[in-house]
Design a protein around this ligand. Sequence first.
Ligand code: ZN
Ligand code: ZN
Length: 250
Amino acid sequence: MNNCKVILLGTNGWYDTATGNTISILVDIPNYYIVLDAGNGIYKLDNYLIEDKPVYLFISHYHLDHTVGLHILPKFKIKNKLFIIGPNNAKKFFKFFIEAPFTTPLKDIKYPIEILEMPIDYQKIPFDCEILAMRHSIYCQGIRIEVSGKVITYCPDTGYCENAVKLSKNADILLTECANPSGYTNPNWPHLNPETAAQIAKEASAKKLVLVHFDAEVYDNFDKRNNAEKIAHQIFDNAVAGRDGDEFII
Ligand SMILES: [Zn+2]
Ligand SMILES: [Zn+2]
């Protein structure tokens, strides 16, 4: 069985509301668990960590809606080892942040943890992945994972950019943020809207687009997410608005 499963643990951007928790996604592949970002949704991870496999947690950037869940690490019963992978300065930032007085210090967590920093620790990732810079207010990195003949792409906080299209090329599943409402862009604080997310999927010939990271203030109910899905559909047929708990087998 070489199926990959994608499970949406948190699909909000910015803060938690009745529509969901902030962003976190589990990708369950044959030999590894991969977690994309550590928003509050990461607290659900324990429900899915059944097998004795290493966990690779990719942090796209240091905005708190992607990192605040790191204080939940002591709750997890990780049977193997956790790798936390971040952009430049990951070692410095995580050692500062996952530490008193903010949270339980790394050294007191009861399973092994290693911090990896991109791009210098690329060779320590045991599966095929490519990481490229997104277009955001601070440095943010997207990821393309190729495993068992499947391509899983995650484009977190970004405006439309060539790197997002490149990472998404022929992806079996493309997870993009959709923080902005239809028709809205702000060059000073770049994010995707339903149209630009769908445009990336279309240009990249992706097979499926899942919209996540809906801004909590803009998308304050599911009707608004459904409407984003309809708008994305007009540009890219196989688009869905994700919700916490959704699972996709690819
Ligand atoms: Zn964000
Ligand atoms: Zn951000």
